[in-house]
Every structure is written in C-alpha cells, then in structure tokens.
Design a protein. Structure first.
Length: 253
C-alpha cells in the first residue's frame, strides 16, 4: 500500500510467478522443500560439512542439513565448495545445479498423486543422470515406462502396440508425447533384465524422462485438479441456490 498526498493507494503491480521454485530442492541458501515432512519453502540449519576424496584429484563435499520444521537431517553431495567463510551456503548460488546427489531425493518433482512406483523409478533415474550413471538411468527409465504400460493396462503383444494403445486410450494428451516414447529403440515388453542393449546418452535420457513426467502429469494430476476445481464451483453454486431459495421463502412468508 502506498501513501500519496494523504491518499492511500494500493500497488497493483503483478507479482512475479515463482511457482517454479516448488519443483526445486533448494529455494534459497537457507530454504528448501523438505523431502521428509513434505513442507515447501521451509528453513533449514546446516548440521555438518565434510570433505572426502571422490578420486585422487577430485574432492567431494558432504552437507548435512536439518529441517527446522521436522528436525530430520538429510545428506547432500557436491563437487564444488559452495560455502562462505562461515561455512554456510553462499548467497545467489543455484544449489540444485551444484548438488548432484541428495538423500532422500526431493518428493516435489513429481506430484504425490502419481503412483509411487513410477515416482520412485523416475526419481532414481534422475539421480543417476545427475551423477552421469547412464546405465542405471537408462534401466530405471525403461522400467518406469514398462510399469506405466502395466498400470494403464495397455494392450498389445509388444512395446510399439502398447504405446499405441496408451495413445488411443488418452486422446486428451498431445499425441507427440507418446510418439517420443514410440521411437525409443531397443525397448521390450519385458521387465528390464540383463541383456544386450545400448545405454542412452544424457540428451536422450533427458528427453525421455521429461516426456514421461509430462505424460504422468497429464494422466494423474491435471484431471484431479480439474475435478477439484469443478467440485469447488459446484459447492459455490449450491450455496448461491440455497441462499436464493431462502430469500424467496422469506419474501413469500
């Protein structure tokens, strides 16, 4: 609120959209989305900082962070020393870009309404990808796609037919998303097992993981949010009707 010439004025400048921060692990140098208590934008206290040798020439830093809400402590690894002289995180640092592994992993990247097995597999795939463990990331991504076809009861005797089945069952989802998955090579309809297949490079993995996450959002989150908003409108409409009915009754009495 602004005061000008004794007249109160309200600042109607639109606020910046910061909703993207809800999908990050770290919001600021002392604020994060806690993977334990699932609170967003809660402050944390640095409970410890250690260093060990990842290789002969590559040090790694360990950070122990305690949530100021649930008091649980999480572990985070970084190849960069991103602390200041007081051993706290430097301000203005993108902690998500510098920390390559966290335990537990963030639960905010995927909505809780998505089946747990899919969330776990994608979270593991992304963790492997951040550490450049491409074989593990490839296997988890394949397994996540396979579990999706099972959960959605996709029809077909092979991978191509199952993806086409998903595409036909969900015409409300942009078809190009399923087309990306349909073009994945060396996928089978069996669970991931030890057989000869090439690991995907980081660019392909990023494409497949992000596509899969978008499909899951369209399948399990957006419809429920739409239903919730519809129920809210119905509740408001019911309230208006009851008030109108009561008014008509009182006026006729």
């Amino acid at each position: 609120m602004l005061v000008s010439g004794g007249i109160r004025c309200f600042d109607l400048t639109p606020m910046a959209d910061e909703s993207h921060l809800d999908a990050k692990n770290f919001v600021a140098n002392d604020v994060y989305n806690c993977a334990f208590c699932k609170r967003r934008r809660v402050t944390f206290t640095q409970a410890g900082h250690f260093q060990f040798e990842w290789t002969r020439d590559k040090p790694c830093h360990i950070w122990l962070l305690r949530c100021n809400s649930c008091q649980m402590t999480s572990l985070h690894l970084s190849f960069n020393d991103i602390s200041n002289s007081e051993w706290k995180f430097q301000k203005g640092i993108d902690l998500d870009a510098n920390i390559f592994y966290s335990v537990p992993t963030s639960v905010f990247v995927l909505d809780s309404r998505i089946p747990n097995i899919l969330r776990d597999l994608i979270g593991e795939a992304e963790g492997c990808l951040k550490m450049n463990f491409l074989t593990g990331a490839s296997a988890c991504t394949r397994k996540a796609i396979y579990e999706l076809t099972l959960h959605e009861k996709a029809e077909g005797d092979n991978y191509d037919e199952q993806i086409k089945s998903l595409k036909s069952k969900h015409p409300e989802i942009p078809s190009e998303l399923f087309d990306v998955l349909a073009h994945i090579k060396d996928m089978t309809s069996d669970k991931v097992h030890e057989q000869s297949w090439d690991k995907w490079d980081s660019k392909h993995l990023t494409l497949f993981i992000q596509t899969l996450k978008t499909i899951l959002q369209e399948l399990y989150v957006i419809p429920k949010e739409r239903d919730q908003r519809t129920q809210e409108i119905r509740g408001l409409l019911q309230g208006v009707r009851e008030k109108q009915k009561k008014s008509e009754t009182d006026s006729s009495a």
